[in-house]
Design a protein around this ligand. Structure first.
Ligand code: BG6
Length: 491
């Protein structure tokens, strides 16, 4: 049997006309089709409440695909092949009887069934029960669900319990789309395929780590949702903690999903709580005020569409995380993430300790630590800052800091870097869970985040202001300079 046929599946997409599905999921599926990664008989059933028939739904999807895929990547024959895989059905997600027709549709297909719930998490349980009651699913069905899995530990239990009533953990594919990003995956290759780094990856050789995930966009019409979450729940609980886990985890014994996830969980369990006495020094919350983005004036968070005056929700968080184990004792992880920052930039900087004995120009001593810069987006790549001798007779032994550079788009012949959702959908089709988040990861992450939030709430200091288009409140600079360090951009 060819590899393509092995991956044959039927995909049922709940919420198929929603923003996520239109902006990310269908374009990703189109790209998989264009790359010949969808088995010939793979079919997609798009479900939503709107009254369309299959032809009009296909027409609408086509328009959206043309909007969200670069013109150079559109191809008429791929488009017609892809659209022909799609059937549409209007469905009231709460009406059990409506699901019977899904079972009928499924009879016409084969391979694994993947159910993608691109819906609010509050209805995951209802959809799961309806699928079970109408016998649409079996123990081989895979279910893909999106964040947020709850807004705290208790609500995440509720959602996970509802899913667990119907599905086993090995059927559940919880998405954190950061895990599908090319460079995020490369963290695993970098760390565990290069002994050079593996031997240096601990508190003997690393002084501190920085993780920045900055966005230039603001709230993008999602004020109501975002205000209930804030940057801590929206970004740190999932994406930032996942990045931290991948940097900090011990080597897994193999690449299987559980080996990797077991190691990530150990990191989450070892995160030191940010207790009330640490809130002042380890945590900064910010909220943006009016400023500029891409050279044009933009409103502050409290002036955005639908904003409610007086909200104290944070749009920026900087924090100092510490991991209480042998590998990382004494190595702070400085993390910051915010909306309306000067640019979209996600990067990790590993700062290595200087050599034990320094013999060069004393004025240059501050240069004497190597840095590994891992750029997640944009311009994916890695750069290792090393010291060499400056060129020229008159320079003597003056040092110069320069990069050993690996820019993926240049090194790999400009090959297109797939979007995170392409990889995640592809892995779900193959039944591989290693890029998906296990229940205990979600829960340990919430446990840590919950205590941070409850301690800052007790502290009751409102978020610090920062102007849109800046790197966050001044206090976030103090958070790191207090330890005699600076954020990489400021250095
Ligand atoms: C989402 C958050 O999970 O990630 C958004 O809900 C955020 O608020 C987005 O904008 C960032 O993702 P990316 O891939 O653009 O960095």
């Amino acid at each position: 049997m060819s590899r393509k046929n092995e991956n044959q599946c039927d995909l049922i997409m709940f919420g198929a006309l929603g923003d996520l599905a239109q902006r990310k999921l269908f374009p990703a599926l189109y790209q998989l089709d264009a790359a010949n990664l969808l088995a010939p008989k793979t079919r997609i059933l798009a479900l939503a409440r709107q009254d369309y028939d299959t032809d009009s739904a296909r027409e609408k999807l086509k328009q959206k695909l043309e909007e969200h895929i670069k013109a150079a990547e559109l191809d008429d024959s791929v488009m017609s092949r892809f659209l022909s895989r799609i059937d549409y059905q209007q469905l009231d997600f709460s009406a059990t009887n409506d699901y019977v027709s899904l079972r009928e549709w499924r009879k016409g297909g084969g391979g694994a069934l993947i159910v993608y719930m691109a819906t609010p998490p509050s209805i995951y349980g209802m959809i799961a029960r309806n699928l079970r009651e109408t016998e649409c699913i079996d123990t081989a069905t895979r279910v893909v669900v999106e964040k947020p899995i709850g807004h705290d530990l208790d609500s995440s239990y509720e959602i996970n319990d509802q899913l667990a009533e119907v599905f086993n953990e090995n059927q559940l594919f919880r998405i954190d789309h950061y895990l599908g990003k090319e460079t995020v995956q490369n963290l695993i290759a970098l760390r565990f395929a290069n002994n050079l780094f593996a031997t240096q990856w601990n508190q003997n050789h690393i002084s501190h780590v920085e993780i920045t995930v900055a966005e230039s966009v603001g709230i993008e019409g999602r004020w109501g949702y975002f205000d209930k979450a804030g940057q801590m729940r929206d970004m740190i609980q999932n994406h930032l903690l996942q990045l931290l886990c991948l940097i900090a985890m011990d080597p897994p014994s193999d690449l299987s999903a559980d080996s990797i996830r077991d190691e990530k969980v150990k990191v989450l369990k070892a995160l030191r709580p940010i207790t009330p006495d640490l809130v002042e020094t380890h945590l900064v919350r910010g909220q943006y005020t009016a400023g500029t983005a891409n050279g044009r004036p933009v409103p502050g968070y409290l002036e955005e569409e639908d904003a409610v005056r007086g909200s104290t929700t944070e749009t920026f968080v900087a924090l100092k995380a510490e991991i209480s184990n042998w590998r990382w004792s004494g190595v702070p992880f400085y993390i910051r993430t915010g909306k309306r920052m000067p640019e979209k930039l996600s990067q990790i900087i590993i700062h290595f300790k200087p050599a034990p004995h320094y013999i060069f120009d004393p004025d240059q001593k501050h240069l004497a630590n190597n840095k590994l810069i891992i750029r997640l987006q944009p311009d994916e790549g890695m750069s290792l800052q090393i010291l060499t001798k400056d060129q020229g007779l008159h320079k003597g032994m003056r040092l110069r800091q320069g990069p050993l550079e690996l820019t993926f788009s240049e090194t790999f012949n400009q090959e297109r870097i797939p979007d995170a959702y392409e990889r995640l959908l592809w892995e779900a089709m193959k039944g591989n869970q290693y890029l998906f988040v296990r229940r205990d990861e979600v829960e340990y992450a919430w446990k840590w985040v919950d205590q941070v939030i409850s301690n800052w709430e007790e502290h009751a200091s409102p978020p610090k202001r920062y102007a849109a288009g800046t790197w966050g409140p001044v206090a976030s600079i103090a958070l790191i300079t207090r330890d005699g360090r600076s954020w990489y951009e400021d250095a």
